[in-house]
Design a binder for this molecule. Structure first.
Ligand code: HEM
Length: 443
């Protein structure tokens, strides 16, 4: 049997560090800031910076918080601090009745019946991408995938509106995501909600541009209706002007970097493990021949989908979710109280021996052997769970499978021998230093 690949693992804390060392490590890269207890126990509670912090690394505890008692928790001041300036009135940030009303209006936009219509748009973007790739096969996978997923969203969400300066929108969105949307050590300090988050002049200019572009686009689309996702957003009942704009921006922020990272890490893993690349390739050839990967093929691309899932297990794009209890709640035998902070740690849950065999191995067959790992209550929650589960999950999976299937069938993925990027949490989980690679068309 071919040996499986084990990507190097960022070492967790040993438990021997001083408080200052441990805090510094956590502030620099939160996924490296957890010790053996978090891997061994479902819940770890500690008093830090004047408040009790509970770290949950267990499906039962996560289900308690995200599903059973979802109405007793809100997202935290950290989320509000990072996302607020860009999408304060959008689904990502709002709570209570406002969230319920918006979710009811927005969820239908991402229903299955719209997905089939969007698949040909994704195919067109993939074709443009591969045409460029054939001319310039050397790339940084993170940058290239971010461009590709931006283009997919722009096409799916915006169609081809007249007068849209797509490059300007792309530059502004990238600047907002990589600048304003990046976690900084000072974000983890307990600021009151009214303290504004300082922004670089570049970040605030990008944000202004993005808001103006979104406003212009919605105005243009209101005058010239079209049948794309913006059209659906405009038609969505019960949303005011600001909510429409903030949701449009929210889709770009939540939707392009996360999917790009899933693709970046999965291409890196396939580049590092040729037998898995060849297995994906042969599956895609069998299902799709030489033609485009279509919506109707998706269910048959089971192994390609398993690669995507196994990638998000090892590298969850949203590695840690935050919540604050608004009332006392019993979780895993502890009382969580208002004023406490809760970290729902997907990264550790996905990598602990308590819940997985050989958790550090890249083994997509886990999901072939046991598809219920994607179901409710499993120790795998890359899209969250409960009422606030990712609204764009079906779109993201469709896009990721279509892109990965096409690239794995048609290209060899050559990652330089010394490239083993460290996962660095900056809200999302990025490969530190990027992933320089060469994608060469298979003869
Ligand atoms: C692989 C790709 C993606 C991953 C891993 C991901 C992950 C997540 C997670 C974990 C949450 C829940 C956050 C929480 O409960 O605190 C979430 C929420 C959300 N996601 Fe995604 N996401 C992805 C793609 C997308 C796409 C493509 C879109 C839209 C175009 C999107 C839009 C949203 C929105 C609007 C929410 C907020 C939902 C609510 O609070 O009701 N995401 N996502």
């Amino acid at each position: 049997m071919t040996p499986l690949f084990q990507p190097p693992h960022a070492p967790p804390l040993t438990g021997e560090e001083s408080f200052v060392e441990a805090t510094w490590k956590f502030l620099r890269n939160p996924v490296e800031g957890f010790g053996p207890l978090a891997y061994r126990q479902p819940i770890v509670s500690a008093k830090t910076m004047g408040r009790t912090l509970h770290t949950i690394t267990d499906p039962e505890g996560m289900t308690d918080i995200l599903v059973r008692h979802a109405d007793k928790f809100t997202k935290t001041a950290i989320d509000a601090r990072i996302l607020g300036p860009a999408t304060k009135e959008g689904l990502l940030s709002v709570h209570g009745e406002q969230w319920k009303r918006q979710r009811r209006s927005v969820a239908p936009i991402f229903r299955k019946r719209h997905m089939a219509d969007l698949a040909p748009l994704i195919t067109a973007v993939i074709e443009d991408f591969t045409a460029r790739l054939d001319v310039r096969p050397r790339l940084d996978l993170s940058t290239a995938m971010a461009e590709l997923t931006f283009d997919v969203l722009a096409k799916a969400l915006l169609g081809d509106p007249q007068g849209l300066d797509r490059d300007r929108l792309k530059t502004a969105t990238r600047a907002v995501v990589t600048g304003a949307g990046t976690l900084r050590p000072d974000d983890l300090l307990p600021w009151p909600r009214w303290v504004p988050r300082p922004m670089t002049p570049r970040g605030s200019t990008a944000l202004k541009r993005l808001k103006r572009a979104a406003d212009d686009l919605i105005a243009e689309r209101t005058d010239h209706p079209a049948d794309d996702l913006v059209g659906l957003l405009i038609d969505a009942e019960n949303l005011n002007r600001r909510e429409r704009r903030d949701n449009l921006i929210g889709f770009f922020i939540a939707g392009h970097e996360t999917t790009a990272l899933t693709l970046t890490w999965s291409l890196y893993l396939l580049g590092r493990h040729r037998p898995t690349l060849e297995r994906v390739r042969s599956e895609v050839r069998q299902v799709c021949g030489d033609g485009p990967v279509g919506y109707d093929d998706l269910d048959d691309l089971a192994f390609t989908r398993a690669v995507i899932d196994e990638t998000m297990r090892l590298y969850p794009p949203a590695p840690i979710l935050n919540r604050e209890p608004q009332a006392e709640v019993e979780v895993l035998g502890r009382t969580l109280a208002p004023g406490d902070a809760v970290l729902l740690n997907n990264y550790v849950m996905h990598r602990t021996e308590r819940l997985w065999d050989d958790p550090l191995l890249f083994d997509p067959d886990r999901f072939m052997r046991n598809p219920s790992l994607r179901g409710k209550g499993a120790p795998y929650m890359p899209f969250g769970a409960g009422p606030r589960i990712c609204v764009g999950a079906a779109f993201a999976i469709m896009e990721a499978v279509m892109v990965l299937a096409t690239l794995a069938r048609d290209y060899d993925i050559i990652v330089a021998d010394d490239v083993y990027p460290r996962p660095l949490m900056t809200v999302t989980l990025r490969p530190e230093g990027g992933v320089p690679a060469r994608l060469e068309r298979v003869a």
